[in-house]
Ligand binder design. Structure first.
Ligand code: 3H9
Length: 726
């Protein structure tokens, strides 16, 4: 559905009618246009020398929505009835082959024709069907391809079944077809990783028949003609091949015990194993029925709902009404100020995507470490086969370290990544403003300082933006793009376009201490301290949060990032954490924090000394221990996130609640199958959230404040995760 098109037509009509139509009618109008557009023909067919060529036309990604599925089915039926037609080709003109079933339709009842109908229709057709795959065939798109007798792909195409990423299994015959084509082990590898294979690999493993040499349609037509002229040709569908062989007798038993641990909390991986076992052991019809049953169970479950919500939230988080991607400045050369861990990571993130990077590091020793660290990292990637020798060479050729800040005078974008001290950042920004070209965008990687103040030191505050990377910056996908009161639309758009080029998940946020992610984590951590002082051990807290689905507990996480970071970020902090730091327990880097660590081993071990520091502090503060079970731990920590998230929404720091969820899923390890803290609040029920929060407010009205947003959502029966601030 194209809202832009709707709004243009709407404006024309509204103007013509002199504003008679009320704006409320807009949505009614949108619905009519939407229905109309849905009904537009999604497939086009022409017949070339008795071969039907059918083009899939459902931009932008050829999602297999109800209307296109129905069109496909009708065309297959009409080709069966037309004795002139001897073969059928499905392909595209310019569009990707297909991104799979239309995920938007998964929230409602499944309507229209489906993959089993395609299977039966192709079988009944009894004429060769050839799929011409361009760009990608994913999920249901690949399942549809595997139902055909043959597949031909362009050299750069990718083919995969990424349903597990959405908490699903390939439920459109894929778990029966793929193992019959490529074997059980490869099928499992492809589906569980969600990673598509290249056309070359697809050819090698038997997933496709050929790679098109030039024109895809011509290759498919030539292939069809060859078959039709071959008197020995036998028509056969891959899905009807013999059952794939089990790799070993106890293969699935072993995999199940491995997956229980590896994919703890996720439902789809185990269901996938069941389906592949069914593919190996059951007759096809029973296998297909089993697959469909698993798919239907998963699609209605909380996990898949959370993961589908996360899919759309991620794409929405960088959408800002009024911005125009065409206005983004062309960024080629980037300056990074500071060659520490963060600066090096940012430099690598840009180098990995073909940018030229100049890194300024005034300390010669640190400059050398930065240069060597980056060289080492690229060489490691090369040894692991992730990049080629020439990739490695060109990245290093595009990189230089200098001790002179004036060397960034010709960059298009400069990002300061120096120590988190306001005076230092102000000084750097003042210098950059003088040195850089007037068109250069000045970005700060501050993780929570007042960016309005930082921008105000320059004569170009409208060209100042926050680009808050998460460490390690070349690995972590999240980027908070911070707009100040004065950031202009071109600067914001350029930062977002850059983020896209870096393949980051960017979320636009406003200025407030800690922005969104860190502001919420501070509240979360306050509750960790509260629990520690009431007698919960770090292990108890960590284990409760890991059972909830976090890959790491908060105490392990704090030890990993360094307890001194917390104290630096809260200079007035006189809490328990300061006592840890004063005792030299900075976390993993000092060999001890909440836990003890043996040299060269990051496994957390229970620490008597840490327990003593906590007990002494509690005694000093006259805090009595309380009986806090797993429920209390999980409730306190999640309520801290949910409550702060709602305050952030009231202050309009983000555009929508789902932006908060995107930050938490991609930057803080919130379990993706729970959608994020705001989505989880909806799953828990907002009345229940209110009940838990009221109890906390009752216990400590200083620490806990109710947000009016909660009541607003409850009284209007709206979902918190759907809350928009603009
Ligand atoms: C499935 O197939 C189930 C079957 O096994 C069984 C059925 C019974 N549906 O990502 P982009 C939208 S499950 C609906 O920005 P890119 C997307 O929201 C499906 N919409 O572009 C965005 O919309 P907007 C298995 C979809 O070039 C626009 O298209 N398939 C779908 O960076 C552009 O997307 C998958 O899991 C969809 N399937 O990446 C593949 N896909 O402009 C999921 C995309 O309004 N998709 N949209 O924000 C992807 O991985 C990426 O979108 C793709 C393109 C690689 C295709």
């Amino acid at each position: 559905m194209d809202f832009k098109l709707c709004s243009v037509i709407w404006k024309i009509i509204a103007k013509k009618m002199g504003g008679v139509l009320k704006s409320g009618l807009y949505f009614f109008f949108v619905k009519i246009v939407e229905d109309y557009m849905e009904k537009l023909v999604k497939c086009e067919m022409k017949i070339i020398e008795k071969i039907a060529v059918i083009y899939l036309v459902n931009p932008p990604v050829n999602a297999l929505s109800e209307s296109i599925r129905n069109d496909i089915y009708e065309l297959l039926t009409s080709c069966a009835a037309n004795s002139e037609i001897q073969a059928v080709i499905f392909t595209t003109r310019g569009l990707p082959f297909s991104a799979g079933a239309d995920i938007k339709e998964f929230s409602g009842p499944m309507k229209g024709k489906f993959f089993l109908d395609f299977y039966r229709a192709i079988k009944k057709l009894n004429k060769p069907v050839i799929m011409g795959i361009d760009q990608y065939a994913l999920g249901g798109g690949l399942e549809f391809c595997m139902l055909a007798h043959h597949r031909i792909a362009t050299p750069k195409s990718r083919l995969g079944l990424p349903e597990v990423k959405l908490g699903l299994i390939p439920g459109g015959t894929g778990t029966m077809s793929l193992p019959r084509l490529v074997g059980i082990e490869k099928a499992l590898d492809m589906i569980i990783s969600s990673n598509p294979v290249s056309a070359q690999e697809a050819l090698e493993i038997g997933l496709i028949d050929a790679i098109s040499s030039d024109d895809l349609e011509k290759s498919c037509l030539d292939f069809a003609r060859n078959i039709l002229n071959d008197s020995n040709y036998q028509l056969s569908m891959p899905i009807e091949r013999d059952n794939p062989k089990m790799p070993s007798i106890d293969y699935f038993k072993q995999k199940k015990s491995e997956f229980l641990d590896k994919y703890h909390g996720f439902k789809a991986p185990l269901r996938l194993l069941d389906c592949l076992e069914a593919a190996a052991t059951l007759p096809l019809d029973k296998g297909l029925a089993f697959e469909m049953q698993q798919f239907m169970d998963l699609i209605s479950g909380d996990d898949s709902q959370g993961m589908r919500y996360a899919f759309f939230s991620e794409r929405l988080a960088s959408v800002v009404p009024g911005l125009n991607p065409k206005e983004a400045l062309d960024i080629q050369k980037v300056g990074v100020i500071g060659g520490g861990l963060m600066g090096s990571g940012i430099a690598m993130a840009f180098l990995n995507r073909g940018f030229t990077v100049v890194c300024v590091e005034v300390d010669p020793k640190r400059a050398e470490i930065c240069q060597q660290g980056i060289e080492k990292q690229f060489q490691k990637s090369m040894q692991q086969g992730k990049i080629s020798q020439s990739d490695c060479d060109s990245r290093l050729k595009n990189f230089s370290v200098t001790g002179e800040i004036k060397d960034v005078n010709d960059v298009d974008l400069v990002i300061e990544a120096v120590f988190e001290k306001m005076d230092l950042k102000l000084d750097i920004m003042r210098q950059l403003d003088e040195i850089c070209q007037p068109s250069t965008i000045l970005a700060s990687n501050t993780s929570g300082l007042d960016l309005n103040q930082i921008a105000s030191i320059t004569k170009r505050p409208e060209k100042v933006v926050g680009m808050h990377f998460f460490s390690p910056a070349h690995v972590m996908r999240l980027l908070e793009v911070v707009r100040t009161e004065k950031t202009d639309s071109v600067t914001l758009q350029t930062a977002l376009t850059c983020a896209k080029q870096l393949k980051k998940v960017s979320v636009v946020v406003g200025v407030c201490p800690g922005f969104v992610g860190n502001r919420m984590i501070f509240k979360y951590f306050e509750q960790v301290v509260w629990l520690l002082l009431r007698g919960c051990s770090p292990q108890q807290i960590d284990s409760a949060m890991k059972s909830f689905g976090f890959p790491m507990g908060p105490c392990e996480m704090a030890d990993m990032s360094g307890l001194d970071i917390w104290v630096h970020a809260n200079p007035d902090d006189r809490s328990l954490i300061t006592d840890f730091v004063n005792n030299g327990r900075l976390g993993q880097k000092s060999g001890s924090g909440f836990y003890d660590y043996s040299q060269g081993d990051k496994t957390p071990q229970e620490s008597k000394e840490a327990a003593k520091i906590i007990a002494d502090y509690a005694k000093k503060q006259q805090i009595e221990s309380q009986d806090c079970g797993q429920d209390v731990i999980v409730s306190r920590l999640l309520m801290a996130l949910i409550s702060e998230g709602m305050h952030i929404l009231s202050e309009k720091v983000v555009q929508r609640a789902s932006d908060i969820d995107t930050i938490y899923v991609h930057g803080y390890g919130f379990p993706i199958y729970r959608g994020g803290p705001m989505f989880y609040a909806d799953q828990l029920g907002l009345d229940e959230v209110k009940k838990q929060l009221l109890t906390l407010v009752d216990q400590d009205s200083q620490a806990w404040k109710m947000s009016p947003i909660l009541d607003e959502c409850i009284t209007s029966s709206r979902k918190l995760s759907a809350y928009k601030t603009e």
